[in-house]
Design a protein. Structure first.
Length: 317
């Protein structure tokens, strides 16, 4: 993993990759009441929402963000009605399945019993890591069993939480709670093993470079601003702003980011579009909630489905 791709990874972590980072309860979905109905009607549009149709069959695509705050909810009436009209909710993966998540972490993200993270780091990198852990209030021992890539992602998520953005308020979790309240089946597009393998397949040198760049981003104070910019674009339902942030990351690091774009977005987008196509062909009419960046650009899921002959309607124009 080239070391100068961190901004693109941050975008992916926020709006392109679902993972359970903690065990807090998910954001609660609204109960059915007159007051809540009024709240849904007055709630602003957030995220991206598309209607996909062909031959009398309809699906919905909703672009999520994988951290949030309580005031991001409830989502508006358009989203709620779209889910209610759908046959099921389909997410990247169901992050409420804690045991399944932890088992995958053990398989992919944990060092062999004889190793500890500190043993892999230079004295300088250990010192810099300790400084950031102290700043974030993260116990050093909590990372010692992790491979460098997982330690880097954990620190990045800890920094987002310190900025007030919590994985407990991910829109995916809200929608899962809402689907359960509506007695809708819940399915997954990907597996946690597949997602973790994308990082675990990198070399040890690449993982250490990723950890070094993560620390550098925190030291330079860049994470907070980049996170807020992405969140603001999501809150404004601004697909163009989301896409521009991704393109800016590509321009900053054209060689390394090209690989990241291919692996983290392009290939997965094709797989997701093919899966949605198969669902509709089988008579299913799903509400598909995936990271917002999967819905932007010429190789985004809506564009790929349009190439397959589907009519795409932006419900948040």
């Amino acid at each position: 993993m080239p070391c100068r791709t961190l901004r693109l990874i941050l975008l992916w972590l926020l709006a392109g990759w679902q993972f359970a980072w903690a065990d807090p309860p998910p954001a609660e979905a609204p109960a059915a009441s007159t007051d809540v109905l009024q709240q849904l009607k007055s709630a602003p549009s957030r995220g991206l929402l598309y209607e996909v149709s062909r031959d009398g069959k309809t699906a919905y695509l909703f672009g999520t963000i994988h951290v949030g705050r309580p005031n991001f909810f409830p989502l508006d009436l358009v989203v709620t009605q779209a889910l209610a009209q759908s046959s099921e909710l389909v997410v990247e993966l169901d992050a409420t399945q804690g045991d399944k998540m932890q088992a995958a972490v053990q398989r992919h993200a944990v060092l062999p019993d004889s190793q500890r993270l500190d043993s892999l780091l230079s004295p300088s990198l250990r010192k810099r890591l300790q400084t950031q852990l102290d700043t974030l209030g993260i116990p050093r021992d909590s990372l010692q069993a992790y491979k460098p890539w997982m330690a880097a992602l954990s620190i990045m998520m800890g920094a987002m939480q310190a900025s007030g953005f919590e994985p407990a308020y991910a829109t995916d979790l809200y929608l899962i709670a809402l689907a359960k309240g509506l007695n809708k089946p819940i399915d997954e597009l990907e597996s946690i093993d597949y997602q973790l393998e994308l990082f675990d397949s990198t070399t040890r040198q690449e993982q250490l470079a990723f950890l070094d760049e993560t620390l550098r981003m925190l030291e330079q104070g860049r994470l907070r601003g980049d996170t807020q910019a992405l969140v603001d674009a999501w809150l404004d339902s601004d697909a163009q702003a989301l896409q521009q942030q991704s393109l800016a990351s590509m321009r900053e690091n054209p060689r390394s980011a090209r690989w990241m774009q291919q692996k983290l977005f392009t290939e997965r987008n094709r797989h997701m579009a093919a899966s949605i196509d198969r669902m509709l062909a089988a008579g299913r009419q799903p509400f598909v909630a995936i990271g917002a960046l999967h819905l932007t650009g010429a190789d985004g899921v809506p564009a790929l489905l349009a190439m397959r002959g589907y009519r795409i309607k932006n419900l948040y124009p």
